[in-house]
Write a protein that binds this ligand. Sequence first.
Ligand SMILES: NC(=O)c1ccc[n+]([C@@H]2O[C@H](COP(=O)([O-])OP(=O)(O)OC[C@H]3O[C@@H](n4cnc5c(N)ncnc54)[C@H](O)[C@@H]3O)[C@@H](O)[C@H]2O)c1
Length: 328
Amino acid sequence: MAILVTGGAGYIGSVTAELLSEAGAPVVVLDNLSRGHRESVGGDVPFYQGSIDDQALVKRLVRDHKIDSCIHFAAYAYVGESVAQPSLYFETNVRKGIALLDALRDSGVRNLVFSSSCATYGEPRSIPISESHPQWPTNPYGWSKLFMERILDAYDRAYGLRFVSLRYFNAAGASKRHGEIHDPETHLIPLVLAAARGKTRFVSVFGNDYPTPDGTAIRDYIHVLDLGRAHILSLDYLERGGRSEFINLGTGHGYSVMEVINAARAVTGLSIETRAEPRRPGDPSRLIADSQKAGEVLGWQPAHSDLLAIIGTAWEWCSANPEGYRGS
Ligand SMILES: NC(=O)c1ccc[n+]([C@@H]2O[C@H](COP(=O)([O-])OP(=O)(O)OC[C@H]3O[C@@H](n4cnc5c(N)ncnc54)[C@H](O)[C@@H]3O)[C@@H](O)[C@H]2O)c1
């Protein structure tokens, strides 16, 4: 039986598809390439360019490839864009997400792993953030993920679609073959490395007056290889008959923006210019996961998420692919 990976031409999806293929699991990728890269899908992986709401296509894929489970990465994921264009986010992440779930349900697919986000929690009331922390997102992107979580819960109760909803904190790092390329890029580590390579003149540091030791915001960075492995463990868990769950994926340890920049200076041996900018509205001072549940339910522990390892793999990948996938 095969696994449908939606958004498998994107950053986290491509790494997860790579890990699944290495483990010998048959994978089928569905991606409309609106934000992904055809080159990031392995040559031996069946690839279909299409949208998750093309129900006829999804049903055909399930039938032709004997798909029995799905990892659903496909979504739009820019917080700022979601504030400016909420309709695009509810349309893509929610309306099209429901169309996908309906096609899967009608085709008899019963297990799903969903890419959720720490953005569903909104402004943290306590740190570390456990799965029982109240969820009140501060932007439409976070709401789109929370809506999908509620929809999944209802679909489980009504239709028996079992799921693991993984609430990622900050994905970072690279595998040997796949790394992070977004256009525009908004994530700190690729932006820091772009400044190191001279692609940009400096890194903006948004806020240096937070109540943190060095005044810059603290985030929980998780290696994309650790994320990918958590998806495989989630599928195993569902196949063993596990019940639906919401699970954080973070390390339980945070690094400040300046700690990340200093680590990147150490890894690259290059000076990286910074520019102080005002805080961005809605950016909390700290976001750190309580990641105990992932260990208890899935048997998952981060193995690659040391900051130097994260930055080291990202640096190797972008040094080997200076033009991104266009150069491959
Ligand atoms: N990167 C992070 O730190 C992070 C954190 C929390 C949650 N997430 C979630 O994880 C998932 C993957 O994130 P990513 O960073 O790999 O994003 P990405 O943009 O690199 O990948 C998303 C992929 O989905 C595809 N896609 C979008 N709409 C589609 C549609 N209608 N039909 C088919 N394909 C479509 C895009 O072309 C792209 O290849 C997203 O759902 C995102 O919200 C990411």
